[in-house]
Design a binder for this molecule. Structure first.
Ligand SMILES: [Zn+2]
Length: 272
């Protein structure tokens, strides 16, 4: 469930805490055979050991930890993954899937209930993140770009927002919220959006992502930041998981449907 605002919050927190540190020892649980991609976990741990952390970046929902020697440690948290930085050791925790001791004695603790998260250690980042679409908060993503993107697709507009190769970092929460802010029905074919509607949607996407960043993300279930604290944005959502509750704008009951295989929340009166 971590989307752009949650991964970005983790990135910012970790930057202050771990840049300049060296990975002293890496351990991946034998319980998490799919965590490390592209090589056996033992080889990954060996290669990671001794590397200095130079910078943290993010592409879409991927966290990029750049190391010396031209390597990048890439992490995707998927549904229930989380990275917590602990000053001491990692807490004894059932869902601890990997542990990374740093040279100051602190630890990066990777927890993941459902074990869907993945990590890579690569020389070429594009082998993992090369196909991602533009960053929705980036300068290259303007209202015109969004309209062009939507006008080529007959899929529901929500499905296009969720397509990471169209635009990177938006998941189920912020797609529903942005479509509400824009007054656009999630099931509407993307190419049916007028230029005005696409402009409104572009504004709405940025608004919900920026507000969620201010709130340090949304914690509906598992998400916690790098210090183990919940985000606050779940208290500010307008439609997501508010099925049957009154729309804040018009009082109509929020409806839940499936769009592109995903549970989708919208106001039938405000969103056309
Ligand atoms: Zn409404």
């Amino acid at each position: 469930m971590p989307e752009l605002p949650e991964v970005e919050t983790i990135r910012r927190d970790l930057t202050a805490r771990i840049v300049g540190r060296t990975v002293a020892e890496a351990w991946v649980s034998p319980n998490a055979p799919k965590l490390v991609q592209g090589e056996p976990a033992a080889a990954f741990c060996l290669r990671l050991g001794g590397r200095r952390i130079e910078e943290l970046d993010r592409r879409g929902k991927y966290l990029l930890i750049r190391l010396d020697g031209g390597l990048t440690w890439i992490v995707h948290l998927r549904m229930t993954g989380g990275i917590i930085h602990a000053r001491g050791g990692c807490p004894e925790e059932r869902f601890l899937r990997a542990r990374f001791r740093l040279d100051d004695g602190s630890h990066l603790c990777y927890v993941d209930l459902r074990k869907l998260g993945t990590m890579w250690l690569v020389g070429e980042e594009s082998t993992v993140v090369g196909k991602l679409g533009p960053e929705p908060l980036g300068e290259a993503f303007g209202p015109r770009e969004l309209h062009r993107l939507l006008s080529r697709r007959s899929a529901p507009v929500k499905a296009v927002l969720l397509d990471q190769e169209a635009v990177a970092g938006i998941g189920n929460i912020y797609a529903d919220e942005a479509l509400f802010e824009a007054g656009v029905r999630p099931s509407k074919p993307a190419k049916a959006l007028s230029r005005r509607a696409a402009e409104r949607l572009h504004w709405a996407v940025r608004k919900v992502l920026v507000e969620a960043l201010e709130d340090r993300g949304s914690s509906f279930r598992d998400y916690v930041d790098a210090e183990g604290e919940q985000g606050m944005h779940q208290l500010r959502v307008k439609v997501f998981r508010r099925t049957g509750e009154p729309c804040y704008a018009c009082g109509t009951a929020i409806r839940r449907v499936r769009v592109g295989g995903r549970s989708t929340h919208y106001c039938p009166k405000c969103q056309r």
